[in-house]
Design a protein around this ligand. Sequence first.
Ligand SMILES: Nc1ncnc2c1ncn2[C@@H]1O[C@H](COP(=O)(O)OP(=O)(O)OP(=O)(O)O)[C@@H](O)[C@H]1O
Length: 445
Amino acid sequence: MRIYSNKWWEQVITSINDGILVIDEFEKVLFINPEYSRITGVGKEIIGKLLSAYRPGAQLPSTLKDGKTRVGVYREINGRAYVVDMAPIEDNGKIIGAVSVCKSINEVKELSNELNKKVRQVIELQEKISTLSSVKYTFDQIITQSAEMIDNKNIAKKIADSNLPVLLIGESGTGKELFSQSIHEASDRRNHPFIAVNCATIPDTLIESELFGYVDGAFTSAKKGGKVGLFEMANKGTLFLDEIGDLSYNVQANLLRVLQEGTVRRIGASTEIDVDVRIIAATHQDLNQMAQKNKFRQDLYFRLNVAHLTIPPLRNRREDIPFLVERFLPPNYRLSKDVMQFLQSYSWPGNVRELKNMLSYASCLADNGIIEMDHLPEVMKNQIIEDNIQTDGTLKSVVASAEARYIKQMLMQYEKNIEGRTLVANNLGISLASLYNKIRKYELE
Ligand SMILES: Nc1ncnc2c1ncn2[C@@H]1O[C@H](COP(=O)(O)OP(=O)(O)OP(=O)(O)O)[C@@H](O)[C@H]1O
């Protein structure tokens, strides 16, 4: 068998990543490695000294005496904390020395602090994801009787389980997010995050870091430790990009790259991260026209416009109004005949959201459970109804239809008594008698 020199063994021990100290049978220190010095702060001056004299409280002399191994003994000297394992060195049953092996706790502490920091970050992210991704809606909650909306629901159900991107087009408050959440809930991504982001409400300078995240030190105001982007948060789930038409051209290019590659690169990072995210985009704008005018990237438009649904405004599906009213009114509340008639003729610029909010407001004012015209918000009553006016037939009948609509609109704004009627007549520039004639003629009451 080959005999290895002392120098050879010394090199082996020197290269070990734990601190090592060896004493002889008389407690005299024979050897320490550089790691021991690094952990304890004790240098080569200890060699040749009696350990208990140089390091009071050391337990290695006890191991020398009783021959017992000691494991995980905690030591803290001059702010340096470490754990020590001790073992006797025997030759033919006789203890001829002892060795101690130590590991720094400062490093373990630092690692544990680092770990705690990461755990806190994960908890923060989980909380953020759960607030961002609280899916409330399913297809059953989309109330409609309109043929166009029923078609939309059927198509949405069919494409839900695919990974196809979806583009939802419709005015504000028509239910685009409702569709988007329902598609997510009906897909096999339902147990993963649904994250909604409104591109119109995030300033241009921040949107990239929101979507793609950044690494530590990416820019001067960057948060320490970096930031996870929404794409990473939505991994395996759905990212709902509302008002996508408001994204700047630059961000559109980066978004397209993520969709094509299936990877994101955090701002300032050199590596890509794989992401598996289904995109549902929504807009009230005509992206096709915007693409033709170079205001929206055509390649991104084609990428997003794979499955598209156009959600009609409420004024074009008035048959839904009574059903939505029933859904949103608190129990034991009802609308007066006037109010129901008004809702049927109103233009609903804020669509279903406006109807829902209006009913909440009015039901607070209606003490006896019956919602009257007086309980409607003033802005609504003042809204000039431009639709539903007859636009074909003889000139006489079209003028009569417009006249009836305008008088009705005026009547709604004033009290239903003589003072109110006088104000209406004055505003219309006609006599009170003439106003009553027109009310009778057009059956406005
Ligand atoms: N068909 C419907 N049945 C029941 N509730 C509806 C329907 N459509 C819309 N809503 C309700 O109206 C409100 C607005 O809907 P939603 O947020 O989905 O609209 P949106 O088109 O995404 O609006 P925006 O573009 O302004 O974000 C929500 O409270 C939603 O629940």
